[in-house]
Design a protein around this ligand. Structure first.
Ligand code: SF4
Length: 343
C-alpha cells in the first residue's frame, strides 16, 4: 500500500470511535479488499461486508433451472463462463450435455445465431453495467432465431430492501463504481444513510471508508463521490436511455432475497419476440434451498464465507456448492483465492 493509503488507514484508526458496519455491493471491491489484505489495516470496530454485488450469485436457482429448461428444449444456450457451473436443481449448464457456449458478451451470441438455423438464447445476467449493451444488441435487429432470458437486476431496489429490513445493521454503503459509471448516483440520494461512490484501488476504497466515517461522525447522510475520474451524478445518460427503451422494470426475486419490487428488467412488449421466456413458454419458479450453503446470508451481509461449514471442505472452486464459490465475483470464491488475506 502506498503512503497515501497508510495515511488514510491511520486517520481511520483515530476517527473510528464506535462499532460501524459498511456494505459494498461489488465483486471487484471485494476482490481488491481481499487481494490487498485491506481488512487487516482497518480499525477493529470498522467492518466492511459484501452485499448482493455479484450478478451471477444473485441469480436465483429458478432462473438457472429456466436456462436448463431451454437446453432441454434443444436451444443453443450462450452465456458468460461464470454461470456455467452454478448448480441448478438438477445439474448445471456445464453438466447438462446440451449445446452450451461460453461467450464474452451478447454480440458473440448474436454472431452464433447468424451462423446457425438453431434457436440461440443468451442468458443475460448483470446489473446496470451490462443491460445497455444487451439493449443495443436488441435494437440492432438480431436474427429471428435469437432471444434472451433476461436475468438483469437493478442495484437501488435491493439497497432499499436491505435498509428497510435492517437485519445487517448497516451504517453506510460504499457504492459500486462500475454500476455508477453507467447509472450515476442520483438514484441513491433517496436513501437516508451515508454513501460514497468508490473506485477500485486500495487507496480509493480507504478514502471511501474515511468519507463514510466522517459522515457518520457529523451525523450526515448523503451521497459523495470519491471516484470522480469515472463517475458523475447523472452517469451515462445515453446508456440509461438505451436500457429503458428496450427494458422495463419488473418485480424480481434475487437469490437470498424475496421478490423485490421493480428490481429486475424485462423486455418491453415491442421487443417480446426476443424474450425467450415467452418464445419457449418457460416458467421461472421459486426454488427452496436444500443445502447448508449460506450464500443467501452472505449476499445480505449477514454471514462471512468462512462461517459456512462447507467453505474449503465440501465447497471449493473445483467442487462449488453455491454460486458464491463459482463466480469470480463471488465472496466465497474470492475469500478462497486470497484466504490468507480475506479472513
Ligand atoms: S462456501 Fe460454498 S456452500 Fe458455503 S456459502 Fe459459500 S458457496 Fe455456499
Amino acid at each position: 500500500m502506498v503512503a497515501l493509503g497508510k495515511e488514510i488507514a491511520l486517520k481511520l484508526g483515530e476517527l473510528v470511535d464506535r462499532d460501524l458496519i459498511f456494505m459494498h455491493i461489488c465483486g471487484t471491491h471485494e476482490a481488491a479488499i481481499s487481494r490487498t489484505g485491506l481488512r487487516r489495516v482497518l480499525p477493529g470496530r470498522l467492518k466492511i461486508v459484501m452485499g448482493p454485488g455479484c450478478p451471477v450469485c444473485i441469480t436465483p436457482q429458478g432462473e438457472i433451472d429456466a436456462a436448463l429448461d431451454l437446453v432441454k428444449k434443444g436451444c443453443t444456450v450462450a452465456t458468460y463462463g461464470d454461470l456455467l457451473r452454478v448448480p441448478g436443481t438438477s445439474g448445471s449448464l456445464e453438466s447438462s450435455g446440451g449445446d452450451v457456449r461460453v461467450v464474452q458478451g451478447v454480440h458473440k451470441a448474436v454472431e452464433i445465431a447468424r451462423n446457425t438455423q438453431k434457436e440461440v438464447v443468451f442468458i443475460s445476467v448483470g446489473f446496470e453495467t451490462t443491460a445497455p449493451t444487451v439493449a443495443a444488441a436488441i435494437l440492432s435487429g438480431p436474427p429471428e432465431n435469437f432471444s434472451i432470458l433476461s436475468c438483469h437486476r437493478l442495484v437501488p431496489p435491493a439497497m432499499k430492501w436491505l435498509l428497510e429490513q435492517g437485519e445487517a445493521r448497516l451504517q453506510g454503503f460504499l457504492l459500486p463504481g462500475h454500476v455508477c459509471t453507467v447509472a450515476g448516483y442520483w438514484e441513491y440520494e433517496q436513501f437516508p444513510v451515508p454513501q460514497v461512490v468508490a473506485g477500485f484501488e486500495p487507496e480509493d476504497i480507504l478514502l471511501g471508508l474515511l468519507m463514510l466515517v466522517e459522515q457518520v461522525r457529523k451525523g450526515e447522510a448523503r451521497v459523495e463521490n470519491a471516484y470522480p475520474r469515472a463517475v458523475t451524478r447523472e452517469g451515462n445518460v445515453k446508456a440509461q436511455e438505451l436500457m429503458y427503451r428496450v427494458f422495463e422494470p419488473v418485480d424480481a426475486e434475487w437469490r437470498g432475497f424475496p421478490v423485490i419490487p421493480r428490481s429486475g428488467l424485462r423486455l418491453r412488449k415491442e421487443f417480446e419476440q426476443y424474450d425467450a421466456q415467452k418464445k419457449f413458454d418457460i416458467t421461472i419458479r421459486h426454488v427452496t434451498k436444500q443445502t447448508a450453503c449460506l450464500c443467501d446470508r452472505v449476499l445480505r451481509g449477514m454471514a462471512e464465507p468462512t462461517e459456512c461449514r462447507l467453505f474449503g471442505r465440501a465447497c471449493t472452486p473445483r467442487t462449488p456448492v453455491g454460486p458464491c464459490m463459482v463466480s469470480h465475483e463471488g465472496a466465497c470464491r474470492i475469500w478462497y483465492t486470497y484466504r490468507s488475506h480475506g479472513e
